[in-house]
Design a protein around this ligand. Structure first.
Ligand code: SAH
Ligand code: SF4
Ligand code: F3S
Length: 469
């Protein structure tokens, strides 16, 4: 898919709405209007929220964390598990009181939940104080929605963008000053049978490589030391496009940008993780020695039911190939416990895979049935309580492995990005290229910079080190 200039200008019309909103707000409030953005869900949502903030600033709002002083509040929601949705419903309920305190408050709900018709209907009926509800496919139209509401329109419900275009040139206000997100693609075509993402994020679309490179160049120029490339399956970047640049080639091009910075990416789907990609990581020093490679289940039978397009052996082979090429690589993964029909025998295969690979950390989830996904219609005889026991067993195993893994770092030297203050007075915290966290004594002026650290000890599962030249 080639992106034409016309598509890139889709935000142009919205910029006009933003200016109109700015003019209205100047007379509506006798102070600078404030806006709060509350984000749930994955990095894609965090990245989208940075654009919501950018658009809000372009309309004249000042961003605040304090929802009680806000004149506009927006909830950017996640639908991936029932629990995520429940949290959102719990949160939007408080808008009722906020509106009593500030009658000028405008409230909106957007993101993956709002893309579902059933959710939009529920908000329409049960949350009458929410003014605007819009899905992921129209999220760039925020200025237009606020403008219409300010001009006295009824409540706004919008979900569709039939051609699913990528909208470039949306203003952005990044949360971080030295670590930043860079989406390279949107949507998902994989339809894993448990997952709602393809339904709420639409079909997979890759951004134009030149747009990505321009943004990366700007980030490096602005002092960003770590750029994380985002996509539901970054390994399929460029599929169906005529520019011929796949994910490995894109990585190499970003690495050519001059400057001292690091590149991370997520998520890698094992079915599309190629030897070419592993070689690219090996060759390019700027790419983190870390792969987030969700395997979901260690049982080939369950993987088939999940529609993952790899099996246990294929996954383990990939890990082996990666370790052979990149000896210091670390792995993290996502796992679902209690997929419909999973037996304890299947689950034991997940445990043995975890044991074999020795991941540095895991994101583990108990299966949650999602509306209209194929898995939700599969028989699911194992009780939640039983799944909870399996889940705890997995956590205990991983804790033991992580504690063992981390000892490997002691005595070695690493270039780390200094992230923040440490957990003890006088200490700072940073992370290695393989994403291990280490604390060391140092001056706070180092935060946001690379420092070389020798790891000296491992105490209670966390690494301590000293700065070296
Ligand atoms: N695109 C990424 C994952 C996005 S969702 C990938 O393919 O790996 C993040 C994680 O949520 C998934 O990896 C999966 O482990 C988990 N997840 C998704 N749907 C789920 C569901 N219905 N129940 C429980 N966990 C789920
Ligand atoms: Fe969901 Fe699978 Fe797509 Fe990941 S690859 S977002 S798990 S459908
Ligand atoms: Fe949630 Fe949407 Fe991300 S469903 S996990 S916020 S893509």
């Amino acid at each position: 898919m080639q992106i034409s200039t016309e598509k890139n200008n889709l935000f142009g019309e919205q910029a006009v709405f933003a200016q109109r909103v700015r003019a209205i707000l100047a007379t509506r409030h006798n102070r600078v209007p404030k806006a709060t953005v509350i984000t749930f869900g994955c990095q894609q949502n965090v990245s989208d929220s940075e654009k919501l903030k950018g658009m809000l600033c372009s309309m004249g709002y000042e961003i605040t964390e304090d929802e009680h002083s806000a004149d506009f509040i927006i909830f950017n929601t996640c639908a991936v598990r029932e629990h995520a949705q429940d949290r959102v419903y719990g949160n939007i309920g408080k808008v009722k009181q906020l509106k009593k305190d500030n009658p000028l408050l405008i409230a909106a709900v957007c993101g993956c939940m709002a893309q579902q018709e059933i959710v939009a209907e529920k908000i329409k009926k049960s949350y009458p104080y929410i003014d605007i509800v819009f899905g992921t496919q129209v999220f760039h139209r925020l200025p237009e929605f606020i403008y219409k509401r300010l001009k006295g329109s009824g409540r706004i419900f919008e979900r569709d963008l039939p051609n699913g275009d990528i909208v470039e040139q949306i203003p952005i206000k990044r949360d971080g000053t030295f670590k930043g997100w860079l989406p390279i693609m949107y949507g998902c075509n994989n339809f894993c049978t448990y997952c709602i993402v393809p339904y709420v994020r639409g079909r997979e679309r890759s951004r134009d490589p030149e747009e990505i490179l321009a943004e990366a160049r700007q980030m490096v120029k602005d002092g960003y030391k770590e750029i994380t490339l985002l996509g539901q399956n970054v390994n399929s970047y460029g599929k169906g496009c005529d520019h011929g640049i796949n994910f490995s080639k894109l990585l190499r091009k970003i690495c050519e940008i001059e400057g001292d910075f690091r590149i991370r990416f997520m998520t890698s789907h094992p079915k599309d993780c190629t030897i070419e990609l592993l070689d690219t990581i090996k060759d390019c020093e700027k790419i983190s020695r870390h792969l987030h490679l969700p395997f979901q289940s260690g049982s080939s039978r369950i993987l088939k039911l999940m529609n993952r397009y790899y099996d246990r052996e294929g996954y383990l082979k990939l890990i082996k190939e990666a370790r052979a090429r990149i000896p210091d690589v670390s792995f993290t993964s996502d796992i679902i416990v209690g997929f419909p029909g999973e037996t304890y025998e299947d689950f034991k295969e997940t445990l043995s895979l975890v044991e074999e690979v020795k991941f540095s950390s895991l994101f583990t989830f108990i299966y949650s049935p999602r509306n209209n996904t194929p898995a939700a219609a599969m028989p699911d005889p194992v009780t939640r309580k039983e799944k909870g026991k399996w889940f705890d067993e997995l956590l205990r195993l991983q804790e033991k492995i992580a504690a063992e893994n981390i000892k490997e770092y002691v005595g070695k030297e690493y270039k780390v990005i200094c992230d923040d203050y440490g957990s003890e007075e006088g200490y700072l915290s940073g992370h290695t290229s393989s994403s291990a966290v280490v604390e060391f004594k140092g001056d706070s002026s180092l935060i946001g910079n690379f420092v070389n650290v020798r790891v000296t000890s491992c105490q209670g599962g966390s690494l301590k080190g000293i700065i070296i030249e």
